[in-house]
Design a protein around this ligand. Structure first.
Ligand code: ADP
Ligand code: MG
Length: 685
């Protein structure tokens, strides 16, 4: 049960004045559902404006507030903007420029002959001074002059800065006073404000101590929760599993295991033989051979008379894993089944029966394998592929499936920097596949301007003549999902026109059957080109696909590009990756793409990406799954996480599980950041 002190923060956002059904969707898009979400919806930045009596006092590029008298409306000829000519007290003329529908409001707000206070950025357009889309137009001085510093919030379509600011103000007024959970010495040393003050200050202006404190709170909550998981896991009883190697001995692998694979398997075997459940992360770059490590772990469980489950993040991946594993298991006598949300009726019943009676020893699937209706005879190992896609909470829920806590092996191909590993996985044990199987050829990576699209199509044609296949990836960013899908569809249509029916399309809004059909045609070699949004990011394995084209490569994170590129270079043929870039690039974007050309080491890319991003320019859109944090930036994570981690450990050790006064406060913190599964573990012992 959530502590009462927090109740007011968890009230639904509808309780705020002005929130009706119309705002619900845009707010939801931003993840704003409760009062607390609004309070934590922090400004991206602040605009600072200067009040000037006339335009002579203002510099071009400056944000100003000035009184202007409207002289003339100039409606657009053709598709041009709507312009309002206005004059300051000294007779300087300035154009207020509006594009699209904004002109309707402008006409009403700026009647000819009237005087208005206008806030915005002063620009020069030819010889003319102009303000494009003034941020405020008002007939009284008090509003614009009272807001010389204004927060700029992340928005979604249908919301305005004013709206969000109004909601934030209401939410901030309602904040309760909470006891301090940060260690007093640290608070004093860093000169951090208390929680409530920090939130209020963070909305008012750029305030590093306030922002840091809030980030620290989030990091501390996370560190504590992960430690609680760890502690509770140690205290659980699991099933020690000792395999006799009989089944593993029957595997007929077409290759010898790498040293890293052998070492990881030995580490896993060691963990599984213990009575405390394993909690291990297998980190390995794309193509490093995690599947066979997972299979070995699952066979250890089966050799010991138990069952194993492999959880994949998508249907496509589950299917692929199933096919791969089924082939590898031929001749071992092990029963393996695939279970996804789409299995219905008799087939599903049969699988469920097999899991209950134990005749199915390994099951592969999406989260459907952990639904309430699915029961296991003796589930002792859970392997989770592409770990970063699942929250820790979800992972724990899964762990509860067995009568005893199963061993957990989490796998990720996302090479994340060491600091983030700690943040994301806490104190999990880690095995790293830091050695690629032998014989891999480097992928020839090139950066090509989108202006050379024709050349790219030509290269594609030559590529197909050799009988090989290719991927074409279009970007997909959550904020502009509809546009991106449209762009992908358009690209697909164009490529299809040129290459005919051998082109297939896969994106997130297709029906699952359509997606599968397309994937299957591609995997079977019937289709030569797979046009896709980033759904192919993880796991897909078609060795004959040796060319990867990535459109608008600058919009992807390095880690993501690296993952995508890892789809090729899987067979014996030489592979190529073409990164299509926009016509103009920022310096950071240029550096990032150059780095892709330079190295294929995922861990290095991850570290350098962090460096480049920490260096000021953010990626524009924050990539989901990047970090498990909403408040803490990458920079703050690097700076504050080690402290939060140490502090969490001290708190756990000294108070023996959050019992003292600070421990009580820390519980509030866990609830506040919805890491309360940590608290529940504490209760359950
Ligand atoms: P990951 O899941 O880590 O991206 P996979 O397990 O899919 O990588 O392996 C990539 C490819 O490498 C597969 O085709 C697999 O059969 C092959 N492979 C795995 N281990 C080895 C090895 N030791 N030697 C040669 N090939 C290997
Ligand atoms: Mg894999």
């Amino acid at each position: 049960m959530r502590p009462e002190a927090l109740n007011s923060l968890f009230v639904e956002i509808d309780a705020l004045e002005g929130v009706g059904p119309k705002l619900r969707r845009p707010l939801e898009k931003l993840g704003l559902a409760r009062i607390k979400d609004v309070a934590y919806h922090l400004p991206d930045r602040f605009v600072e404006r200067r009040a000037v009596t006339n335009l002579d006092e203002a510099g071009v590029g400056e944000n100003i507030v000035v009184a202007l008298t409207v002289r003339e409306h100039r409606s657009p000829s053709g598709r041009g903007p709507f312009r309002v000519l206005a004059e300051d007290g000294a007779g300087n003329v300035c154009t207020l420029t509006y594009f699209g529908r904004a002109s309707y409001t402008a006409k009403k707000q700026l009647p000819v002959g009237e005087s208005r206070w206008v806030a915005g950025r002063l620009d020069q357009y030819g010889q003319m001074l102009q303000i494009v889309h003034p941020e405020h137009v008002s007939d009284s001085a008090s509003a614009p002059l009272g807001q010389l510093r204004e927060a700029v919030y992340p928005l979604s379509e249908g919301l305005t800065q004013g709206r969000v600011a109004g909601l934030a103000a209401q939410a901030l007024k309602a904040l309760p006073e909470l006891p301090e959970w940060i260690e007093p010495g640290l608070l004093a040393r860093e000169d951090w404000p208390d929680w409530r003050t920090a939130l209020r200050e963070a909305h008012k202006g750029p305030n590093a101590p306030a922002r840091d404190r809030l980030a620290y709170d989030e990091l501390l909550a996370n560190a504590l929760a992960l430690m609680l998981v760890r502690q509770s896991n140690r205290a659980q009883r699991g099933t020690p599993l000792a395999g006799d190697g009989a089944l593993r001995g029957k595997l007929r692998l077409p290759f010898a295991l790498t040293g890293a694979q052998k070492r990881s398997i030995a580490e896993i075997e060691g963990d599984m033989a213990q009575p405390a459940p394993m909690l291990r992360l297998l980190q390995g770059d794309v193509g490093s051979g995690k599947t066979v490590v997972a299979l070995s772990a699952m066979l250890i469980a089966v050799e010991a008379g138990a069952q194993a489950a492999l959880l994949a993040p998508t249907e496509i991946l589950a299917r692929q894993h199933y096919e791969t594993l089924r082939k590898m298991l031929e001749g071992t006598g092990v029963e393996i089944a695939l279970l996804t949300g789409r299995d219905k009726g008799k087939a599903r019943e049969a699988i469920l029966m097999g899991l209950v009676d134990g005749s199915i020893q390994i099951v592969v699937g999406t989260h459907a394998i952990f639904q309430d209706t699915v029961e296991y005879r003796n589930l002792a190992l859970v392997v989770i592929d592409e770990q970063h896609r699942f929250g820790v909470g979800q992972r724990l829920m899964l762990a509860r499936k067995g009568r005893r806590t199963p061993h957990t092996l989490a796998m990720t191909a996302t090479p994340i920097p060491r600091t983030l590993t700690l943040a994301q996985y806490g104190e999990m044990d880690v095995s790293r596949l830091d050695e690629l199987p032998p014989g891999r050829q480097a992928i020839d990576t090139r950066v090509v301007s989108v202006e050379r699209l024709d050349d790219v199509a030509g290269a594609l044609a030559r590529h197909f003549e050799t009988g090989q296949q290719a991927y074409w990836v279009c970007p997909m960013v959550r904020e502009s999902e509809t546009d991106d899908i449209a762009a992908a569809e358009a690209r697909y249509a164009a490529l299809k026109e040129r290459f005919g029916d051998e082109v297939v399309l896969v994106h997130g809004q297709l029906r699952p059957e359509a997606k599968d059909a397309a994937m299957e045609r591609f995997a079977a070699g019937e289709a030569r080109l797979l046009v896709a949004t980033t759904v192919i990011e993880v796991g897909v394995d078609v060795p004959n696909a040796t060319l990867m084209v990535i459109e608008q490569a600058e919009r992807f994170g390095l880690a993501q590009l690296h993952q995508l590129r890892g789809r090729v270079g899987r067979g014996s043929e030489k592979s190529t990756c073409l990164l299509l870039r926009g016509a103009s690039l920022s310096e950071t974007a240029r550096q990032r793409l150059a780095l892709m050309r330079e190295t294929q080491d995922g861990f290095r890319l991850a570290e350098e990406d962090l460096e480049l991003r920490g260096g000021g320019e953010l990626l524009g859109t924050r990539q989901s799954g990047d970090t498990p944090f909403r408040i803490a930036s990458l920079e703050q994570i690097q700076k504050l996480l080690p402290m939060a981690h140490d502090d969490a450990r001290l708190l756990m050790e000294r108070d023996g599980g959050l019992s003292g006064a600070r421990g009580e406060a820390a519980r509030l913190l866990l609830y506040l950041f919805e890491r309360d599964w940590g608290v529940q573990l504490l209760r359950g012992g």
